[in-house]
Design a protein around this ligand. Structure first.
Ligand code: NAP
Length: 322
């Protein structure tokens, strides 16, 4: 099966199936996100993923606008995703948070706006508000009220499409069953790769016409703040490496291709020119069914980003099976 370059969302908009990730740990200069985004657009990426939380929207916006200014793309060629800060779940803070992103981006709208994480945190300038004892300062918000405010952002034309990220099935159902629901989430962006293939969540999302978007598709950036040091290296997996050799590809491309062939919109982050150009070549080969079956068996429900620091909140998403 050859994946199409775009899939239709349940609101009629189209999302490019391969996205470019722009998150990097704090110590990486934000200018690198700008340079990498320009290279990615030149290489052919049309879907750019960022978030308020990444604090790089000024630089990513500059990159997008410079590629519009030099004639490489038009605004409508780019599919840009931003995400709501967990500190802005209160309904009255949702649109202002999006407006702040748009101001930094110097764009009129985002193509997709996501509730970044279901755990609400205390409003304020601090992106990760902490008590002195190192515990997060949570907030209590009904995510259905947050969702209504997201719907208003769509109605105001500030976001073409709206969706969620890191929601489990129960949390998706809560939104879908909300009385007076105006728009369904178009997608759920979650960690997904051969070690965490999300087959149950994928089936559920497909049954509701919700696109599953994969992050961490290459085994994440192993950011010290979020990921255990002894986490397995996905791209060194012997099965993945053997399959890469067999197809004269790289383990990264095998992982990306595996996800795309399952109908998953897939994000790949790289700030390295060679690897950015490599990743777009995922459309140039196919995995036969028997290899897809081999990759399916690599699943061990291993989640890199457990975000344990949020586990005491009632909306912590990873206590449920999926
Ligand atoms: P990822 O896509 O899994 O990539 C991990 C690492 O793989 C990158 O740091 C990159 O390093 C390396 N890499 C890229 N291409 C490669 C290749 N061809 N061969 C070998 N290594 C390669 O990273 P991720 O940041 O975890 O996820 C991707 C994006 O998803 C993020 O940037 C962000 O936009 C989004 N995301 C969303 C959430 C959420 O909560 N919604 C959470 C995490 C991430 P180099 O840069 O050195 O190439």
């Amino acid at each position: 099966m050859t994946p199409k370059r775009y899939v239709e969302l349940n609101d009629g908009h189209h999302i490019p199936v391969l996205g470019f990730g722009t998150f990097a740990p704090e110590e990486v200069p934000k200018s690198m996100a700008m340079e990498a985004t320009k290279i990615a657009i030149d290489a052919g990426f049309r879907h750019i993923d960022s978030a308020y939380f990444y604090q790089n929207e000024e630089e990513v916006g500059l990159a997008i606008r410079s590629k519009i200014a030099d004639g490489t793309v038009k605004r409508e060629d780019i599919f840009y995703t931003s995400k709501l800060s967990p500190t802005c779940h209160r309904p009255e803070l949702v649109q202002p948070c999006l407006e702040q992103s748009l101001k930094k981006l110097q764009l009129d709208y985002v193509d997709l706006y996501l509730i970044h994480f279901p755990v609400s945190m205390k409003p304020g300038n601090d992106l990760c508000p902490m008590y002195e004892n190192g515990k997060l300062v949570f907030d209590t918000v009904d995510l259905r009220d947050t969702w209504e405010a997201m719907e208003k952002c769509k109605d105001a034309g500030l976001a073409k499409s709206i969706g969620v990220s890191n929601f489990n099935r129960r949390q998706l159902e809560m939104i879908l069953n909300k009385p007076g629901l105006k728009y369904k989430p178009v997608c759920n962006q979650v960690e997904c790769h051969p070690y965490l293939n999300q087959s149950k969540l994928l089936d559920y999302c497909k049954s509701k016409d919700i696109v599953l978007v994969a992050y961490g598709a290459l085994g994440t950036q192993r950011c010290k703040k979020w990921i255990e040091e002894d986490a397995p290296y996905l791209l060194e997996d012997p099965t993945l490496c053997a399959m890469a050799e067999k197809h004269k590809q790289t383990p990264a491309l095998i992982s990306l291709r595996y996800l795309l062939q399952r109908g998953i919109v897939t994000i790949a982050k790289s700030f390295n020119e060679k690897r950015i150009k490599e990743n777009i070549k995922v459309f140039e080969f196919q995995l036969p069914a028997e290899d897809m079956a081999v990759l399916e068996r690599l699943n061990k429900n291993y989640r890199y980003a457990m975000v344990h620091i949020t586990s005491a909140h009632p909306n912590y998403p990873y206590s449920d099976e999926y």
